[in-house]
Design a protein. Structure first.
Length: 276
């Protein structure tokens, strides 16, 4: 029994056959299933010998009528379609870069009985063990040793006239040290909508297990790049196979600004930095 046949068999038992009733003369679930399989096959991309990567995040676009009729059953149908794609992937020896997800979206330009498929490969990102945890907001404890308080200005004896600096000497502003240039504000990266704090001065990124942020993308090298937080912050290629792209430019090293778009392999990363 093929993947589609097994899907249809499971579909018959869901919600007492309500799917068949809901989709009679409209979009049929088996049509969506077949289109998802084709999307997988069409988007299959060899990344190395014997390894073929396919999308893992799918969106089914439906017209208003079909979407409303589907809404009641969207949860179980999404789960069944996801299982179908995983079975298809195992049969074809495809590799998904992350969990398989199928979701539905209503659009205005499709009539009843019509649908479209969008797909993308969304790699999973893991903050590796031992990496400092994300800050918990205002008042959170600082990493490392506490900073010493600034020295207090010398005290004058009671009733004594205030000491005046020699003529031409720089003013001390009441004894406090002159202002220092501010350092970088809080920095983080966003991958697939998830925020990952850059808690160290240098954060390494890659597919291996010896990096700070692990990106489960076969087109990413084991130690692909590193980000040095500063003013400005800088990203550097660590000798990766596919290189890095920053704001549509292939670079070996680049300064980062708030909102810079970084591409490592097939993964998109947004760099964020708060101004102080």
């Amino acid at each position: 029994m093929g993947v589609l046949q097994r899907f249809e068999r499971r579909l018959e038992g869901l919600v007492n056959g309500a799917f068949a009733k809901a989709f009679k003369s409209e979009v049929q679930p088996v049509e969506i299933a077949s289109a998802l399989q084709r999307e997988c096959d069409d988007r299959a991309a060899p990344v190395s010998q014997g390894r073929v990567m396919v999308p893992n995040d799918f969106t089914v676009e439906l017209g208003a009528h079909d979407y409303e009729r589907l809404a009641t059953y969207a949860g179980p149908l999404s789960a069944e379609l996801g299982e179908l794609l995983q079975e298809h992937g195992r049969e074809q020896r495809y590799m998904f870069v992350g969990p398989v997800e199928v979701k539905f979206e209503r659009v205005q330009d499709l009539s009843t009985g019509m649908f479209r498929i969008r797909s993308q490969a969304l790699a999973g990102v893991v903050q590796m063990q031992g990496y400092p945890p994300q800050a918990q907001g205002y008042g959170a404890p600082q990493q490392g040793y506490p900073q010493a308080a600034p020295p207090m200005p010398p005290q004058q004896p009671f009733g004594a006239p205030p000491q005046q600096p020699p003529f031409g000497a720089p003013q001390q502003g009441g004894g406090y040290p002159p202002p220092q240039p501010s350092g970088p504000g809080s920095c983080w990266v966003e991958v697939n909508g998830v925020r990952h704090q850059l808690a160290r001065a240098v954060t390494s990124l890659g597919r291996g297990t010896d990096v700070d942020l692990r990106i489960d993308d076969p087109s990413v090298s084991r130690r692909h790049a590193e980000i040095r937080v500063g003013v400005p912050s800088v990203i550097s290629d660590l000798g990766s196979t596919n290189g890095i792209v920053v704001d549509d430019q292939h670079v070996r090293q680049a300064q980062l600004r708030d909102g810079s778009v970084i591409h490592l392999g097939n993964t998109t990363i947004i760099f964020r930095q708060e101004a102080r």
